[in-house]
Design a protein around this ligand. Structure first.
Ligand code: GLA
Length: 408
């Protein structure tokens, strides 16, 4: 059970405040020239969205097996990430041990590596993690060294108890000082990770506070959560999407906005919603961390998660995140530039009824384009000709995702 439930609500409120008060300044360049990880948005799987606190060593092994067996590995998924609840107690020397669910982390890492995959782990700068397990406060170097000894390739570092235990305690009523403490805590772990000499992806999880996109690269962040937690329902997924408009200039090779892990295949999402969620995360150059039950994945969910052409949008080497170009009623048009002069366009019907905004006409001029344009529908695989003011019928919570070739 979540220990910081009331905190999460405050976190959500502040996160949306932070997201809405974003400043339009140029992103800082990444702190070190040595960062070679995350040149495209990280792809993989994380335990939290399906297993939550129940995850075990066996679940991680089974998921790694499935990433290979389902073809997800071939499609680009590489990180197998253990989220919260693996942690045990510290011994007299301060060395953190795993709990009974994870009997031997080194052996688990070796197993995941033997599949040609990489392994991620989770901690936080506070005394406790969000689920109330041991955090890294005061043991940052020790923990980073331990991760490196185990062979860990990715760390998600979650703020949670650092807020009451350090920020609010050391700087009551001084928000600016609290934020400085938070940034210093992330930098501390960044330096500890760098000191190991092992390339470890550093994932910041502090829900978008203090316009994290402006400073995360300067503390070695390869990705940073821009929002509170995702849930497997359309309203929440759409709410997170809305918070990404305006953030595109902060993403690029080595440093990405993270609107949270995928819920594709979870909850009661319809096929259209799963497709739209995956399409929009690809448009956002978001990390693609699946979070579903891989051993029981339905074929239609596998087909979504392994759509190579949609993944290619996400993984485009230019690393240019999409922006929302315009909305018309509940239909939104997003576009992103791709390498070699290509372009991806997503037309999303965020409305609840199929014809809520009918008829919708695609205004190519607003996208700076002139029709007719030859494009490919990435979900049907069919060619489509885009023309000025063409009428489109997009079902509720579904998307038209197209790739347009190089522009003359
Ligand atoms: C926070 C994070 C989630 C997850 C949980 C684990 O809520 O935002 O992604 O890691 O903690 O306790």
């Amino acid at each position: 059970m979540r220990i910081f439930a009331p905190l999460s609500i405050a976190v959500l409120a502040l996160a949306s405040l932070a997201a809405s008060s974003q400043k339009a300044v140029a992103p800082k360049s990444p702190a070190t020239a040595t960062q070679k990880v995350a040149q495209t948005p990280p792809m993989g799987w994380n335990s939290w969205n399906f297993f939550f606190g129940k995850v075990t060593d066996k679940d991680i092994r089974d998921s790694a097996d499935q990433i290979v067996a389902t073809g997800m590995k071939d499609a680009g998924y590489v990180y197998v990430n253990i989220d919260d609840t693996w942690e045990g107690e510290r011994d007299a020397n301060g060395v953190l041990h795993t709990n009974a669910k994870f009997p031997d982390m080194k052996a688990l890492a070796d197993y995941v590596h033997s599949k040609g995959l990489k392994i991620g782990i989770y901690s936080g700068p506070g005394p406790k993690t969000c689920a109330g397990y041991a955090g890294s406060l005061g043991h940052e170097e020790q923990d980073a060294q331990l991760y490196a000894q185990w062979g860990i390739d990715y760390l998600k570092y979650d703020l949670c108890s650092f807020i009451p235990a350090v920020m609010q305690k050391q700087a009551p009523d001084d928000k600016a000082a609290q934020m400085r403490l938070m940034i210093a805590a992330y930098d501390k772990m960044n330096k500890a990770l760098k000191a190991t000499g092992r390339p470890i992806v550093f994932s910041l999880c502090q829900y978008g506070w203090d316009a994290v996109w402006e400073w995360a690269p300067s503390v070695g962040g390869n990705l940073w959560r821009t929002t509170g937690d995702i849930q497997p329902n359309w309203d929440r997924i759409y709410a997170l999407l809305e918070q990404q408009a305006g953030l595109k200039s902060y993403a690029g090779p080595g440093h990405w906005n993270d609107p949270d892990m995928l819920e594709v295949g979870n909850g009661k999402l319809s096929l259209a919603e799963n497709r739209a969620h995956f399409s929009m995360w690809a448009m956002l150059a978001a990390p693609l961390l699946a979070g579903n039950d891989l051993p029981n994945m339905k074929p239609e969910i596998k087909a979504i998660l392994t759509n190579r052409e949609v993944i290619a949008i996400d993984q485009d080497p230019l690393g240019k995140q999409a922006g929302r170009v315009y909305s018309d009623g509940e239909v939104e048009v997003w576009s992103r530039n791709l390498s070699k002069g290509a372009l991806a366009i997503a037309v999303l019907n965020a409305g609840d009824s199929r014809y809520s905004t009918h008829p919708f006409h695609l205004d190519l001029a607003k996208l700076g384009l002139h029709g007719p344009l030859q494009a490919k529908n990435l979900w049907t695989g069919k060619a489509v000709t885009l023309t000025q003011n063409m009428s489109l019928e997009i079902p509720s919570h579904d998307v038209l995702l197209v790739r347009v070739g190089a522009q003359k």
